[in-house]
Design a binder for this molecule. Structure first.
Ligand code: ATP
Ligand code: MG
Length: 259
């Protein structure tokens, strides 16, 4: 483990039991994520990506293995998760949802208000601050969840396909926002996506998982300078070849898992 390791995972395995059946969701996953690193995880549906993130978030117990998240500041939450299926509270307004984690920490009201507004602006939801989740579209709810995770100022961000429900334009705006906040705050990000383009655009490193039981299959470094432009990635031959590598890996794994 190097000195700047933020997350270290060793031989993590999760087996789900239901009656007499068992499903091994992830098997023997070991990896390190450096402080400030942006890591994307891609893998076929059902390979255990969400399970891995839920274990790191403390929402699920592993069956064996261990992990550690290094802390640098005890006043901050350890991690914030942006869920695949949103996870916002229906009885709170948009603003109250974004402020939720900050209010839990009993921070000064004016500070909470300022910070909440800042992130509502970032995700383009200022006008909807007083609405309730049921009055919003799917993509808007997703943005509330993203704003809340950022507002929390966690040590690490765990993002489970956060932009999956968005149209291309909003997806791009939020990818840019995420990168700009990330470069300002240098947070450690673990980000799940099904989009190879998204992984190439955002990350320092792409981790490929195999189909169930999910194992780490390969690692691809993305050493493009930042800030990046989508056009640059499209026109870069090295990136085109990385895209193909990931594509082929996924195709093999998905076909294998459908047999
Ligand atoms: N609470 C649970 N109880 C039983 N089995 C579960 C539970 N949660 C997940 N699983 C199983 O574990 C496996 C991995 O699920 P997981 O949701 O982690 O996959 P995923 O990689 O996130 O898939 P997707 O890309 O479709 O979101 C699946 O076979 C799933 O059925
Ligand atoms: Mg998932």
């Amino acid at each position: 483990m190097s000195r700047n390791t933020k997350i270290s995972i060793r031989e993590l395995t999760k087996v789900f039991y239901k009656k007499k059946q068992s499903v091994t969701a992830i098997e023997n996953i070991s990896l390190d994520v450096e402080e400030g690193e942006f890591v994307c995880i891609v893998g076929p549906s059902g390979c255990g990506k969400t399970t891995l993130l839920r274990i790191l978030a403390g929402l699920e117990n592993q069956s064996s293995g261990r992990f550690k998240i290094e802390r640098s500041n005890e006043d901050r939450p350890n991690q914030s998760m942006v869920f695949q299926e949103r996870g916002i509270l229906p009885w709170l307004t948009v603003e109250e949802n974004v402020a939720f984690g900050l209010n839990m920490r009993h921070l000064p009201k004016t500070y909470v208000k300022e910070r909440t507004n800042y992130f509502l602006r970032k995700v383009g939801l200022v006008k909807f601050a007083n609405m309730y989740p049921k009055e919003l579209s799917g993509g808007m709810k997703q943005r509330v969840s993203i704003a809340r995770a950022f507002a929390n100022d966690p040590e690490i961000l765990l993002m489970d396909e956060p932009f999956g429900a968005l149209d291309e334009q909003n997806r791009y705006i939020l990818q840019e926002e995420l990168l700009s906040i990330w470069s300002e705050t240098k947070k450690t990000v673990l980000f799940i996506t099904h989009s190879i383009d998204e992984a190439l655009y955002l990350s320092d490193r792409v981790l490929l998982m195999s189909a169930q039981p999910g194992k780490m299959a390969a690692e691809i470094k993305i050493d493009l300078p930042r800030p990046r432009k989508l056009e640059d990635i499209r026109s870069n031959p090295e990136m085109a070849s990385k895209f193909l590598d990931i594509w082929q890996h996924l195709q093999t794994e998905v076909q294998g898992s459908r047999l």
